[in-house]
Every structure is written in structure tokens, then in C-alpha cells.
Design a protein. Sequence first.
Length: 271
Amino acid sequence: MKQPVSDGPAMGVRRFGRVNWLGLRTLATREIMRFLAVWQQTVFAPLMTAGLFVLIFALALGGGRGQVMGLPYLVFLGPGILMMTVIQNAFANTSSSIVSAKVQGNIVDTLMPPLSAGELLAGYIIGAVARAGLVAAVIGTGMVLVTGRGIAHPLWLAIFVLLAAILLGGLGILSGILAQKFDQMAAITNFIITPLSFLSGTFYSVEALPQPFFALSHWNPIFYLIDGARYGVTGVSDAPPLQGFVICAAVTAGVLALAWHWLRIGYRMKP
């Protein structure tokens, strides 16, 4: 007779079978509907911010800004803005979901169902990917319309957008687990995630950086995400896209492994 198993932070809940597909689908649906319910804040506001960045740079620089990496500056800027928005939205979706549940005291509603650590991780990541993918699709469409250029390598662009959503979604889970209140979460966002997304080649080519900052930039996985997206859109990049893919995939695997472990042991999650 098959014995019940318990895997994950659910307190005292035993479950049969390999995957709780109903529970996973319910969690993923909840995470998607959570950001769609306030789409003005979670989808429209980031799109407005991205549009304002492009407008400000266009007005400030006009036609006086020379080419960057052989591209008109606004063409160079577009993929960076797209990936910056993907990064911030994927991170915000998972981190805010966990912190809000902990602060409001209803995290037990997520921990009690018979969901394994892997199912919890997958449910949160699916929500992050859905939100980041929606934002990327809208910004990408607008970028093509504004610049009048197509996407040079759609598959590479899709790969790096997906990697960015998963990696930052995983980092959002880790940050949400660590943070116990909103101001702690805001500190992580303002002093770590936002600077990394701004200072990773979003607005400039890292070739312009002096040493040691040029060398340090190549230790930052977010640089490879932005650079890979730029290659996908324009066909031009600072680093080989395959190298960026390998580095980002390795970092993503490490982040997901740690998130799975913390969810499995219920680290800073159990009330």
C-alpha cells in the first residue's frame, strides 16, 4: 500500500501522489489574478514609466546623441528599458505576494494545503512569468512601432525574457521569505534590485566603463539578461549570447534551488 508523504512547509498535512496539479493550478491562478485585479498598478504603471523613460531621453538628447554599438540611441535603449521593466515586475510579483501574506497573517492559507515545496515554487514563478511576459509583450510591440524595426532574433529575446522572469521571480521569493514587513522589502528593492537593473547596461554600453567597473559588470547576471535581450532585438551585444545564457541559467538554477530549500523547511514562513 502506498504510504503518505509530506514534502513542504504545510504543517502536518500529508499527501498522496507525485504532483498536486489542482493545487498548483489554483496557486498559479491566484498569483495571476492577484496582479490582474489591480492592472492599473501592476501593468499600466510600469508601461507608463517605460514610456516616460523613452520620451525623456528622446527630448533631452534629441538628435545630438551619437550611435551606440552602431545603433541609434533610442534603438539601443529600447531593449534595456524592456528588460528593466521585466526584471522589476517579476521581482515585485513574488516578493509582494509573500510579504503581503505574512504581514496580513494569511500566509497559513498557502502553507496549509497539501502543496510540496516544488509546487509552491512553481506556482509563484508562473505568476511572475505571466506578469513579466505580459509587460514584455506590450513594451516590445510599442518598441517595434516607435523604432520601425523588427526583432532580429525573436527566440533569443524570448529566452532571455523568460530567464529574467524566472531568475527575478526566484529572487523575489527569497526576498519575500527574508522580509518580515514592507519597509524591509522596500529596502531590498530600492538598494539592490533597482540599482542592479539601472547599472547593468540599460542606458549605456559597458564598453564605456573604466576598469575595474568594466570587469565587475561581467560578474553581474543582470548585465547578461539586458545584453541578451539587446541581442535578441537588435542583433548586437557586448557579450556572446550563448555565454550570457549559460551564466544566467546557472545563476537561476542556484536561486531556485535555494528558494525550494527554504520553502521545504518553512524558513521564516511558518507563523
